[in-house]
Ligand binder design. Structure first.
Ligand SMILES: Nc1ncnc2c1ncn2[C@@H]1O[C@H](COP(=O)(O)OP(=O)(O)OP(=O)(O)O)[C@@H](O)[C@H]1O
Length: 260
């Protein structure tokens, strides 16, 4: 079954149609990027899927179950995880404790118990950290880490709730170019291995074209193109309204690196 089916999603803010009849699907294990200029409606679309915004119209089905308009927590419980532009970790805690906190929450325990439960889910946390290459850093405070590593920890935190779908809002924002590719390659590998669908918004075209299986292009709230990175790169309308020549070159460079 298709993991995520979005149909006719619409949201207005006063006179502005931030998302207009947005429809797309996402398979388990697939990386789907949403790109578009500032104000195109990427965050709005994203927030409707994640439950931070209620759609005015349209349907969202996760594994065949309707989640449109449910509160964010219910959507999270249904299997939608999320990472944010600015990493949402607890800097005073260790790397492992951050993941343990997420596991406590996933297993339905309250955070107040944590003080007495430093060992709880530690092995599970370390296994998740191993999956993102951070096992050896488990006992370091997050405050000591480079930002790229914080983003890896954030990925492990998101995976702790065993999501079917992961929403990533500009995952590479604030990262050095070299780190960006590493994080996206890791995300793609984790998604494929665990059959998690990943929907991400991104301004960095290399991160999009090197790692997305498919790309949606939103302009003024509407999807103007959807397809593989090759199809999007070659689409004259996308070139004209968004990518331009510089963007197309970046996309080609990224693709060459990805297939090399
Ligand atoms: N809470 C809100 N109230 C009023 N207008 C909003 C609100 N959120 C978004 N908008 C408007 O909806 C449109 C789409 O915004 P959105 O943030 O979804 O775009 P975006 O593609 O994510 O942009 P960016 O790349 O800059 O993050 C814009 O015109 C924006 O001004």
């Amino acid at each position: 079954m298709t993991l995520l089916v979005v149909a006719g999603l619409t949201k207005r803010f006063g006179g502005v149609a931030a998302a207009k009849d947005v429809s797309f699907t996402l398979e388990a294990g697939e990386m789907l990027a949403i790109i578009g200029p500032n104000g195109a409606g990427k965050s709005t679309t994203f927030n409707m899927v994640g439950g931070q915004l209620r759609p005015d119209a349209g349907t969202i089905a996760l594994d065949g179950r309707s989640i449109a308009g449910l509160p964010a927590r219910a959507i999270w419980k249904a299997g939608v995880g999320r990472t944010f532009q600015v990493a949402q970790t607890f800097v005073s805690m260790t790397v492992a404790e951050n993941v343990q906190m997420a596991l406590l929450s996933h297993h339905g325990r309250t955070r107040s118990l944590f003080r007495d439960a430093r060992a709880l889910y530690r092995d599970e946390a370390l296994a998740l950290l191993a999956g993102v290459g951070m096992r050896a850093d488990g006992d370091r405070p997050v405050s000591e880490l480079a930002y790229g590593d914080v983003k890896r920890v954030e990925l492990a935190v998101a995976l702790a709730s065993r999501p079917k779908l992961l929403l990533m809002d500009e995952p590479t924002a604030g990262m050095a170019p070299r780190e960006r590719s590493g994080l996206m390659a890791l995300t793609a590998e984790v998604a494929r291995t665990n059959r998690i669908g990943v929907l991400y918004t991104e301004h960095d075209m290399e991160a999009v074209f090197a790692h997305a299986d498919r790309v949606l292009v939103l302009v003024r709230g509407e999807i103007i193109a959807a397809g593989t990175p090759e199809e999007i790169r070659a689409n004259p309308r996308v070139k004209q309204v968004y990518l331009g020549e510089a963007g197309t070159e970046a996309a080609m460079r990224a693709r060459r690196k990805a297939v090399a």
